[in-house]
Design a protein around this ligand. Structure first.
Ligand SMILES: *Cc1c(COP(=O)(O)O)cnc(C)c1O
Ligand SMILES: [Zn+2]
Length: 410
């Protein structure tokens, strides 16, 4: 790998060679992939990037930890739209709010960025089977990206995973194990099975390449903004791998001098499950918490990647905020009505956090904010329907319709 210099433990600093099946440090710490920024800068610049026709996360090849001859996985992941939503800004009273709709990825969540990387690295490692545990989206995205590449998958999901996600898994031909227990137990069983059978591990907190896939969301946001750095980027947080990946992407861009400053992160968690935000605010170690929220994708009571996530929030001088299930569903509706964007509950949690911070006056009206929608609303229609209300029931009769629409006197 031309641009990768190695991997470093975020806890003890020990360095490793970047082999394809790299996992955690001997000390248990999570590894971070390091690059030769000079060389990247020498080989590619913003103008060269903007001319590339490849509209996927793989357009940032120099920033990604793969061999030169590793083929791009077949599904088209990334290069999701960044909407400048004037109407949403108006609602929130912000000068500029952009919405990055990552629910438009092939399996409908940001997790596709990590899964595309997992498929590329499994191929480099010569593995034909990948496994993971997930609250749903990591699983469905792995199943889809692996199916397209002809790899087998074993997927461990907690029993409460919503039906839309399980339907995706089964349709993509994964072997699905529905663990009768919570996410913690699901993770434990997947880990034991991976150790037993030697499958390629797509558990994001263990495999350091996956956050390198997720970081492409930051590279895209910056390129789509013409490299104008926003004041804040808001995102929902569960395990913490996504916010850590986002931050890594921003730091890599700064390291290679594509941007000259860094935005502040807004870490948004559910009021019913916020172990990372609590630890950051109280400056205490992570304590397990109940998983009590409608936003199943971020209902993570024992986060697997708190170190990197907490470092990202702190280094960025970030803001932590929690939102209730009601605030989450109000944000789902707000995004739908003002921007035409349909996000799943965890997908819109970042936007719910922005709304709350605007209402509380924490965010200055004049700042520029990017809110990442991390998953598509079609993943969980049951909850959406419960909050969105009923359609107007009407027979095939125009008079009846008139009465119902405009409240005539029938
Ligand atoms: C996984 C996920 C998140 C949070 O990512 P973490 O790495 O667990 O913090 C947020 N939103 C959606 C839709 C997700 O699937
Ligand atoms: Zn270490």
């Amino acid at each position: 790998m031309k641009y990768v210099t190695g991997a470093r433990c975020v806890k003890c600093g020990r360095r490793y060679d970047a082999v394809p099946d790299l996992t955690t440090c001997e000390c248990g710490g999570i590894l971070d992939i390091e690059y030769d920024y000079e060389l990247i800068r020498h080989d590619v610049n913003k103008d060269a990037l903007s001319e590339r026709r490849l509209c996927s996360m793989w357009r940032y090849r120099e920033f990604l930890p793969v061999e030169d001859d590793t083929p791009e996985p077949p599904l088209r992941v990334g290069w999701s739209p960044l909407y400048d939503s004037a109407r949403l800004c108006g609602e929130l009273g912000l000068k500029k709010l952009y919405v990055k709709d990552d629910g438009l990825n092939p399996t409908a969540s940001l997790k596709d960025r990590a899964s595309s990387m997992a498929v590329a690295k499994a191929c480099e490692a010569g593995q034909d089977t990948i496994a993971c545990s997930s609250t749903g989206n990591a699983a469905s995205s792995l199943a889809g990206n692996a199916a397209a590449a002809g790899l087998k998958t074993y997927i461990f999901v907690p029993e409460r995973a919503p039906k839309g996600k399980v339907a995706q898994l089964l349709t993509f031909g994964a072997r699905v194990i529905s663990v009768q227990g919570n996410y913690e137990e699901t993770f434990e069983l997947s880990k034991a099975a991976i150790d037993e059978y030697g499958w390629y591990n797509r558990n994001a907190a263990i495999n350091p390449y996956l956050s390198e896939g997720k970081k492409t969301v930051a590279l895209e946001i910056m390129e789509q903004l013409g490299w104008e750095v926003p004041d804040f980027i808001a995102i929902s947080v569960g395990d913490g791998c996504t916010i850590a990946g986002l931050w890594k992407g921003l730091k890599d861009l700064k390291g290679a001098s594509f941007i000259d400053r860094l935005p502040r992160l807004i870490s948004v968690q559910a009021a019913g499950c916020y172990p990372i935000n609590r630890a950051v605010r109280d400056n205490t170690p992570i304590e397990p918490m109940e998983e009590n929220t409608i936003a199943d994708s971020i209902a993570v009571g024992v986060p697997r990647n708190p170190d990197k996530a907490m470092a990202a929030i702190r280094e960025s001088d970030g803001i932590t905020v929690e939102v209730t299930d009601r605030e989450i569903m109000e944000a789902q509706s707000l995004l739908g009505v003002t921007a035409g964007v349909f996000g799943e509950p965890a997908g819109v949690t970042g936007t719910a956090g922005v709304k709350k911070l605007c209402n509380e006056g924490v965010l200055d009206k004049n700042c520029t904010v990017v809110s990442v929608v991390t998953g598509n609303g079609l993943k969980d229609v049951d909850n959406a329907i419960r909050f969105a209300g009923e359609p107007i029931k009407c027979m095939n009769d125009l008079e009846e319709l008139k009465g119902k629409l405009f409240g005539g006197d029938r």
